[in-house]
Unconditional design. Structure first.
Length: 422
């Protein structure tokens, strides 16, 4: 096993404590032979014999009695190099690493295929909630048309708190850090990068074509304010960080951004650190996976299941089926081509004719208004807050209209522009 932090300690605990049950299920013993760490003297949340620790990766791949390498160290490098070296040495690999799988999945699949070994990565998306294996196996007869997901527990916790407690972003981030839900450096979570890695993995498996993390449009939650949650609530919505991908006419669109979600939608009800992934397919229709997206024991459930699957193959001398075939090449659409409804919050001068000018700037870009709210007259600046909900429009025209509105000279600032989930 490479790494023994939050996830590795859970895996070690499960392997030792469920040893008899694993032997029964696999038909062979699973022995944890060596654990790679940086600091061999550090105390761990699950105690194992100090003789299991090494700080030398070569010691692991040089051993003939190591069949499976479990990578739970995280980060892109040297995890990628260790995974590739393990595969090349004929070891099967189980990994929880979303960054490596999102950036280098196809290269890893190719090497595993060449060496006739398996690479399984259930824990890389949604921790303890199964979704990778269902996409690779149970839904394989389907064409996946769309994926809509909440796959970052940290931001879902933060947005749930902002929605229910009416607190601002900075306060809720501090609270999440104190509770251990957010890292001291929260960038990957709050900027949507972590969710983009996971969406790239799900989209690649669902659409059977490589969708890289760079193909995913990514906007985080840092621009959301308590006001946006109040207005969303008034309009019948909540705000979630959604990861959405769809395939139409051979083109894929993949995006992570905050979105207004109607309160009666299933995803609107996914609160706290939980994850949910809705997959729409041609044969099954819509399927929802819902559960814990992180944590030591839930994540170890996914990893140990992958170990059991490979172990059964080894014990049964069965052929290693090649579960990931990326046959299609696919064009990735720009976010500018997105068509959806939009929420705009503006600070406008409280004067006659201002609303008409904003309305015409939108109309000139083929955007029609479905409703608006005017609130919060500020006597000092002579401005009022306007919230506009549009009908369906293209992202390109909304971006141009926002610029045109700013040029009118009657708007002090655009408070926010949030896409509406359809
Ligand atoms: N935490 C979760 O709930 C969760 C859920 C799903 C997936 N994941 C994924 O699981 C992986 C591990 O996450 P984690 O939270 O368990 O991380 P973590 O607590 O930071 O643990 C990382 C472990 O890897 C070891 N390590 C890191 N770099 C190393 C290097 N260059 N050489 C040797 N050892 C090294 C560390 O050794 P030392 O202890 O000696 O420093 C540590 O034991 C990541 O890919 C993460 O994205 C995590």
């Amino acid at each position: 096993m490479l790494g023994m932090g939050v996830v590795g300690s859970g895996v070690a605990e499960a392997l030792f404590q469920k040893s008899d049950s694993l032997t029964n299920q696999i038909g062979a013993n699973v022995d944890l032979k060596l654990i790679l760490v940086r600091d061999k003297s550090k105390s761990r949340s699950f105690d194992v014999s100090p003789s299991l620790f090494t700080d030398n990766f070569d010691e692991i791949i040089e051993r003939d009695d190591v069949d499976i390498v479990v990578e739970v160290m995280g980060g892109e490098h040297p995890a990628l190099e260790f995974i590739l070296a393990a595969l090349k040495a004929g070891k099967h690999v189980v990994t929880a690493n979303k960054e490596v799988m999102a950036k280098h999945g196809p290269e890893i699949f190719d090497i595993a295929r060449e060496r006739d070994v398996r690479v399984l990565f259930e824990a890389s998306v949604a921790g303890g909630t199964p979704v990778v294996s269902p996409l690779m196996r149970d839904l394989v007869a389907n064409e996946v048309n769309g994926i809509k997901a909440i796959i970052n527990g940290t931001t879902n916790y933060m947005l749930t708190r902002m929605s229910t407690e009416n607190i601002d972003y900075e306060t809720v981030l501090k609270e999440a850090q104190e509770l251990g839900y957010a890292e001291p450096d929260p960038t990957n979570d709050v900027e949507g990068i972590d969710a983009a890695y996971k969406l790239a993995i799900l989209s690649t498996l669902g659409f059977r074509a490589q969708v890289k993390d760079d193909d995913v449009f990514c906007e985080g939650i840092t621009g959301l304010s308590a006001k946006d949650f109040q207005y969303a609530d008034e309009l019948g919505y909540t705000i979630k960080l959604l990861a959405v991908s769809s395939r139409t006419n051979g083109e894929v669109q993949a995006r992570v951004h905050p979105a207004l979600v109607e309160k009666d939608q299933m995803l609107a009800k996914v609160d706290g650190v939980l994850n949910a992934i809705e997959i729409e397919t041609d044969l099954t229709g819509r399927v929802l996976f819902h559960g814990p997206g992180a944590g030591s024991m839930p994540t170890s459930s996914a990893i140990v299941a992958d170990i059991i699957n490979i172990g059964r193959n080894i014990a049964g001398n069965a052929a290693f089926l090649d579960p990931v075939r990326l046959s299609e090449t696919i064009k990735v659409q720009s976010i500018s081509d997105l068509q959806t409804k939009y929420y705009l919050r503006l600070e406008a001068k409280d004067e006659p004719g201002v609303l008409a000018q904003i309305g015409s700037a939108l109309a000139e870009n083929n955007i029609s208004i479905s409703s608006f709210i005017q609130k919060g007259f500020d006597p000092k600046h002579g401005t009022a807050e306007l919230v506009i909900m549009t009908h369906r429009a293209t992202e390109r025209s909304v971006q141009i209209a926002v610029k045109d509105i700013m040029d009118l000279g009657v708007v002090a600032g655009i408070g926010n522009m949030i896409r509406v989930a359809e």
